[in-house]
Design a protein around this ligand. Structure first.
Ligand code: ATP
Length: 696
């Protein structure tokens, strides 16, 4: 009679890159039995279990689990029919024991009452720590027991346990084995367990020994002892390993044949394979169904909990935007203070109170005296503090050595020359024209400060010069240059650099915040193994993604609200257009960052590379999306790259809304929305396609 099998592996070949892990491996696990899989460290036990539960693929060969290939609809995998305990702990460290068990209970379709009952039973059986203790505060052995409980909580038909008893107290180990024997006999559960403790498997119904990529034997412990006439399983395996080594050394090219030793693995299994396959086809697995809604609610609860309990992340998510925007507001765009400028005044010296300047009009012409002092008194310290020097050499030395920001020089006959320039400009000599100018030498090694002084002195000079014209009873317009900047079409003349940066910075900030949060959460899920473990229990990749998206959208809404509040209410940035459009665009940009975070977390397995990529992307966005310098100043090729970045055109849209009052129907605005939505879709598709290829 053909026994129905829970797991069948045939002719399995698996490589990692070029390294062959197993080569033509066969395995048969009967329903309602305990199968002990033994083998030295590194022989491929974990890899084999991963292929059985469907989180890795064979290069060739076949795996059947509970009625079909893992992932097919006939199979019990993925789904609550199986309980999988991976080798790594694969639990969320910030969770309490209870929240971990609730999560696994819920995704496997249990209601709260059932979870409570199971939890009580398993707490006793496995001597679990108190329910409210955080997993990260438990010993490795306690964490293992919770992980085992998480695999058993829903009483699956097939339990796949990767080294569950490592480091456990012998009494506890015995209890676990007793329980496994009980559930296999009374409930027909199948247990596939790997262990390093050979003697532990004496209670298994069948033992499989893996070595050098093969299954050396699959027999009951009694048959093994009888066949090899040994008193212990240790001894039996030693003999088996020696037999394999001898055969291999006799003929390296010839494969090790176990037919002489063990008929179960080869002939019998080969014959059974076809028959079993037929049997399985006629006996579909009775599947426990878990509604999508139940799974999704469990995921939402888990992700919400995970985020709230990760205090560092929480602080980062809430405080970071406040700190960033506050630093921006405080640090950027204000006039530099505490600047110093050297003054050499050959006309009057240091302009003390005896040297008041004078301007008077005698009906024929305007007379100036000591006009240099009038300028110097009016260039007050708000531009730069003046330090007087006797000659230009001394002043230049001071600029070079005393960190002054420049020097101003007035020639000996400054007022006189200015008068000549005004009275009869056409006949004025070059020397008079030169002497009538204030000569300014700036330290332009700090370009922004140099430009600031230049700008301030220039406009202040024109104002004072206008006043002088008025005193002379001339038209003040005479002081103007023959060019005039009228009221701007858009914006105001007093917009500063911070106003220019603000829209891009807002978008880059929310993009980067969301991207960092989502990268960390997804990488945590993957690294901690919770992702694969959930997939094995039947949770779908898109459900995991959507649940993360929902939780993180709440964070993005918080970020958006804080950014809006800080910029528009506290900093009082005036928005000429619709603030609603700004909010939507900012939120979408955060969402785009979130999706980009998904892509990064798929690209890299660890935090380090993911963080490098996030930081690198942040820098590229700052430099290339017109945030600190106009795109028009870039080489043509770079400009095109810049235009397709997710933040460039949306930043231009943002400026259009804020400073021009454009609506969403203007091309400058809707193009930004199109770009950001396009990137969101692109990232989403890349994420889904990559994840489907990587997991089930
Ligand atoms: N992701 C991977 N990429 C490359 N090689 C891998 C990978 N995972 C495992 N290996 C290699 O495959 C071989 C089998 O590893 P596996 O973890 O399956 O062995 P194991 O029998 O479970 O070991 P242990 O008992 O120590 O857990 C080892 O040589 C290991 O180095």
């Amino acid at each position: 009679m053909v026994q129905q099998e829970a797991v069948i592996v045939r002719n399995a070949i698996k490589r990692y890159q070029k390294e062959l892990v197993f080569n033509g491996l066969n395995m048969t696990v009967s329903r309602g039995s305990i199968y002990g899989l033994l083998g030295a460290s590194g022989c491929g036990k974990t890899t084999l279990l991963s292929c059985i539960v469907g989180i890795r693929y064979l290069d060739s060969g076949e795996v059947w689990v509970l009625g079909g290939n893992p992932g097919s609809k006939d199979s019990g995998i993925p789904g609550p029919q199986v309980g999988y305990m991976p080798q790594e702990i694969s639990l969320i460290e910030e969770f309490t024991m209870s929240s971990a068990l609730y999560y696994f209970g819920r995704i496997n379709g249990l209601d709260n009452e059932e979870i409570e009952t199971s939890q009580r039973f398993l707490s006793e059986l496995l001597q679990l720590p108190p329910t409210n203790r955080l997993i990260k505060n438990m010993s490795g052995d306690q964490q293992r027991r919770i992980s085992l409980a998480a695999a058993m909580i829903h009483k699956p038909e097939l339990l796949i346990l990767d080294e569950p008893t490592v480091g456990l107290d012998p009494i506890l180990r015995e209890n676990i084995w007793a329980y496994m024997i009980q559930i296999t006999q009374e409930e027909g559960t199948t247990v596939l367990i790997t262990t390093h403790y050979i003697e532990e498997t004496k209670d298994a119904n069948k033992i499989g020994l893996m070595r050098h990529g093969k299954m050396l034997t699959e027999l009951t412990p009694q048959k093994l002892l009888e066949r090899f006439q040994c008193s212990s399983l240790e001894e039996t395996f030693l003999k088996l390993c020696k037999a394999q080594d001898n055969t291999a050394s006799l003929n390296d090219a010839q494969e090790f044949k176990m037919e002489d030793i063990d008929s179960d693995v080869s002939y019998q299994n080969q014959n059974q394979y076809e028959q079993t396959k037929a049997t399985l086809e006629y006996k579909p697995v009775s599947k426990r169904q878990v509604s999508r809604l139940r799974r999704f609610t469990a995921l939402l609860t888990k992700n919400g909990n995970q985020f709230l309990r990760f205090y560092g992340g929480l602080v980062y998510a809430i405080l970071f935007p406040i700190i960033q925007v506050s630093i921006f507001i405080v640090a950027i765009g204000k006039d530099p203070k505490g600047l110093k400028i050297a003054v050499v005044n050959d006309e009057v010296g240091n302009c003390d109170y005896n040297n008041f300047s004078n301007v008077w009009n005698d009906e024929i012409t305007c007379h100036f005296s000591n006009l240099s002092c009038r300028f110097l008194h009016s260039f007050n310290d708000s531009i730069a503090t003046q330090k007087y020097y006797d000659d230009i050499y001394e002043a230049t030395y001071a600029v070079q050595n005393e960190k002054l920001n420049g020097l101003m020089y007035f020639s000996q006959n400054f007022s006189e020359a200015l008068q000549i320039r005004m009275e009869d400009a056409t006949s004025a000599k070059d020397s008079d024209l030169l002497a009538s100018q204030i000569q300014v030498f700036l330290d332009m090694s700090d370009m922004l400060i140099g430009l600031h002084i230049q700008n301030k002195l220039f406009y202040r000079f024109l104002e004072i010069y206008e006043e002088v014209m008025k005193d002379c009873k001339y038209s003040p317009k005479l002081a103007n240059l023959p060019i005039r900047f009228e009221k701007p079409v858009y914006g105001t003349t007093d917009l500063n650099y911070a106003d220019f940066i603000a829209p891009s910075f807002m978008l880059i900030l929310i993009f980067s915040l969301a991207n960092t949060v989502s990268t960390s959460l997804i990488i945590a899920d993957r690294l901690e193994g919770i992702w694969n473990r959930s997939i094995v229990q039947g949770v779908k990749t898109d459900e995991i993604l959507v649940s993360h998206i929902l939780i993180q959208s709440i964070i993005i809404i918080i970020h958006t609200a804080m950014i809006m509040l800080l910029y528009f209410s506290i900093w009082e940035l005036e928005c000429k257009g619709s603030i609603f459009d700004i909010i939507i665009l900012t939120f979408l940009m955060g969402f785009c960052g979130l999706m980009y975070g998904f892509v990064i977390s798929i690209m890299w397995k660890d935090y380090i590379m993911a963080n490098f990529t996030s930081i690198g992307s942040f820098v590229v966005l700052i430099f290339c999306s017109g945030c600190i310098w106009p795109i028009e100043g870039m080489p043509k090729e770079l400009r095109w790259i810049s235009y397709i970045l997710p933040t460039t055109l949306p930043s231009i849209s943002m400026r259009g809304i804020i400073y021009k009052g454009y609506s969403v129907f203007e091309q400058q605005v809707y193009i930004g929305f199109i770009i950001v939505v396009g990137w969101i879709l692109f990232y989403f598709i890349v994420t889904i396609v990559s994840l489907r290829r990587k997991t089930l």
